[in-house]
Design a protein. Sequence first.
Length: 279
Amino acid sequence: MTIGILLSNVSPSAGQSKKKTVKKPLVVFVTGDHEYSGEETLPMLAAELEKNYGMRTLVLKASPDYNSEENIPGLEALKDADLAIFYLRWRRLPADQVKHIDDYLKSGKPVIGFRTSTHAFNYPSGHPLEKWNAFGEFALGGPPGWGKGGHTHYGHNSSTDVSIIPTQSKNPILTGVDPNFHVRSWLYHVVPDYPSKGSTWLLMGKAVDPDKKAVENPVAWTWQTAAGGKVFTTTLGHPDDFNVASFQRLLINAIHWTLGKPVPKKWAGKININVPYRQ
């Protein structure tokens, strides 16, 4: 007979409080994108997760600044992460840093990716890590790099009208998201070959004032990595997008969904995020 098991089933005596410690999930943000100020917008999102949604967060940044393509210190923290969120653009990280990302993906833990993370890496031809240029495909269910699979956009002077795909109106990730809203991001072209097979499209985007003939493209979808990790990807992510209530709600919902937590039926309210675009 094991005494420890018996004791664990005994009700607390009078005057004692029954305490249950619940470990807060750790969300690790990995940033470094040249253009969209992800290392400024995402810390504000991280602070909201800690303040109002019971999570722990860590924001990793390219060093010494966002234009530094070969160093993101602290990636070993991914070992303890419950969710990794990437906002990267054309990095060339050393093999020891990439290994932390590789180990994370192989663990089957969930992933979220923003916009330029479809082309997170940019190793030269013949480089030992060249396969990581396809991060957008094997980690996010998107195109395997800029210009690959027809991946392009409709001009920096355009913007995007976003709408919920009717068949997904009851999807928990879209709880509280307006059926139609507008964002500053110029629309990414990813169809017809992407999002990858097995993805679920959530939101469609229509280019406003495009610089070429445009077709509608999905701007948010879910997927699953080869290791079984839940994925949420959005090709939105201009800093102005982060001040749109529906986009904020979408992100809070997606973070909960990827973590396997119930999506909040009510949220804590709009976050004040005002960060400039760099170009």
